[in-house]
Design a protein around this ligand. Structure first.
Ligand SMILES: *Cc1c(COP(=O)(O)O)cnc(C)c1O
Length: 460
């Protein structure tokens, strides 16, 4: 594939304009075969987003929503489906369990197939249930079986707090020493992200003492996408189980959980999968474990559906991850997830990724153009991109490290209708999401950033 930079330069030559011109963005939008998917989402208007400043921007315009890594936008059909179920509940009460297009007793069963497609698994390897951290615990209860020799869990240094706490408490639950049992890996001195070779050599070196390799697949802070296939192979070569937290990967990058032989995985569905905060989370267990790995905790929803309601108290456990189900499903959460998965079903992760590489590459190109550090002009604000520049090692998010404190700049961006995420002291995480963001959004972001920096008195 033509490199992103080449594409941008070629388009600008065809249009006889500068590569930084808005016309390039507009042209890329016209060529974008997925642009119609944006219409399936509700995009907040600038005037509805405090603290926008309507003396600076037109409040009736859509905001530039680059916060999909934190919370995806609402699919238009979410409300329709929720209304349908509320109506059904009002009119038929308990009969709603068996009636309508989403009988509550098995409402989520229709969603496992589209979800499995997104993560590269078989439908029977995926369960939609609970929240992410709950699923992480349930999976670790079965996959983390420490012995005196093999008892460590490998995770990233500065892992997402919930994952860190979950792992820490699982270790404590087994009566083990936390400091000795948590093996963390961090970037080399002076580097921002972790080299794959360093992960592999650590597993090679310490693998005999590692029970579980438990990394995120896209690191939430740096945006680094780990080589899940190579890590899984290395872990298995040393006899470890390998699991991933795919919260920032699902709906963002292509995965082949089954083919890569990943033992287990979990994810939430409210980031790139747009199901709304606290939406129904996912869990995956490879089919090779379907009969050997059992849930530590059981509930009636893990029982074979055909005989579940005989209520004879003899567990007929569903194989694999479905046996890990505990409770009946929250039907309102099924609705919004269904609305989102239907949109994914109109495209493929492959096509989304193709757009994503260009969209994020375009953002990267413009940031480098305007904000590369200039040693002869130390007062000019500069941006260092923490996220790897290799598209194979990232999803859509870029983490931007500024040469100046970020809080005031972030506030100025918000006033201009930009939604993204700030981490003090100086990092912005911006996620152009291929499902609903446009190349024009990227251009508007860069323009707003220049204006925000000027408003903060930075030389620009
Ligand atoms: C978003 C995220 C979570 C959030 O966990 P919940 O149980 O959904 O609140 C946990 N871990 C990672 C890596 C995340 O990105």
């Amino acid at each position: 594939m033509e490199s992103v930079q080449k594409t941008i330069v070629r388009v600008s030559q065809e249009l006889s304009c500068s590569p930084t011109s808005l016309r390039v963005a507009e042209h890329l939008d016209q060529c974008d075969e997925l642009r119609h998917l944006r219409q399936e989402f509700l995009i907040p208007k600038i005037s509805d987003l405090p603290p926008s400043d309507l003396s600076l921007v037109d409040g009736s315009e859509d905001c530039v929503y680059f916060a999909g890594n934190s919370l995806g936008l609402q699919p238009k059909n979410a409300k329709k489906y929720i209304d349908e179920e509320l109506e059904k509940w009002a009119k038929t009460g308990v009969h709603g369990h068996m009636k309508g297009s989403r009988p509550w007793v098995w409402a989520e069963d229709n969603l496992e197939e589209p979800m499995a497609k997104i993560v590269g698994a078989k439908p029977e390897e995926v369960a939609l249930m609970n929240g992410l951290t709950v699923n992480l615990h349930l999976l670790m209860l079965s996959f983390y079986k420490p012995t005196p020799k093999r008892y460590k869990i490998l995770l990233e240094d500065k892992a997402f707090p919930s994952d860190h706490y979950a792992i820490e408490s699982q270790i404590r639950l087994r009566g083990l020493d936390v400091a000795d049992s948590m093996l963390t890996i961090e970037p080399r001195q002076g580097e921002d992200t972790i080299r794959t070779e360093d992960i592999l050599s650590l597993i090679e070196r310490e693998g005999d003492s590692i029970a579980l390799v438990m990394l995120s697949s896209v690191q939430y802070y740096t945006g680094q996408l780990f080589n899940m296939e190579a890590i899984t192979r290395a872990g298995h070569a040393k006899g470890c189980f390998v699991g991933f937290d795919c919260a920032h990967t699902v709906g963002n990058a292509e995965m082949q959980l089954h083919d890569w032989n990943v033992d287990f995985a979990c994810w939430c569905s409210y980031k790139y999968v747009n199901s709304g905060a606290g939406g129904l989370a996912g869990a995956y267990i490879h089919e090779k474990h379907a009969h050997s790995i059992k849930p530590a905790l059981m509930g009636w929803w893990g029982h074979n559906l055909k005989t579940r309601f005989l209520m004879n108290n003899e567990m007929d456990l569903r194989p694999g991850v479905n046996g890990f189900r505990l409770s009946n499903q929250p039907f309102l959460l099924v609705c919004s997830l269904q609305a989102s998965l239907e949109i994914f079903n109109r495209t493929s992760m492959k096509d989304l990724r193709r757009k994503s590489v260009l969209l994020t590459g375009y953002l990267e190109y413009l940031i480098r153009h305007y904000y590369t550090k200039d040693p002869s002009d130390p007062d000019k604000p500069s941006i260092h991109i923490i996220t790897p520049s290799d598209p194979e090692q990232r999803g859509c998010q870029l983490s931007l490290s500024f040469s100046l404190p970020i809080r005031a700049v972030f506030q100025e961006l918000e006033k201009r209708g930009i939604a993204c995420d700030m981490r003090e002291p100086n990092v912005l995480r911006v996620a152009p999401v291929p499902l609903y963001n446009s190349f024009t959004d990227v251009h508007r972001f860069i323009t707003a950033l220049g204006s925000a920096l000027s408003a903060c008195g930075a030389k620009h």
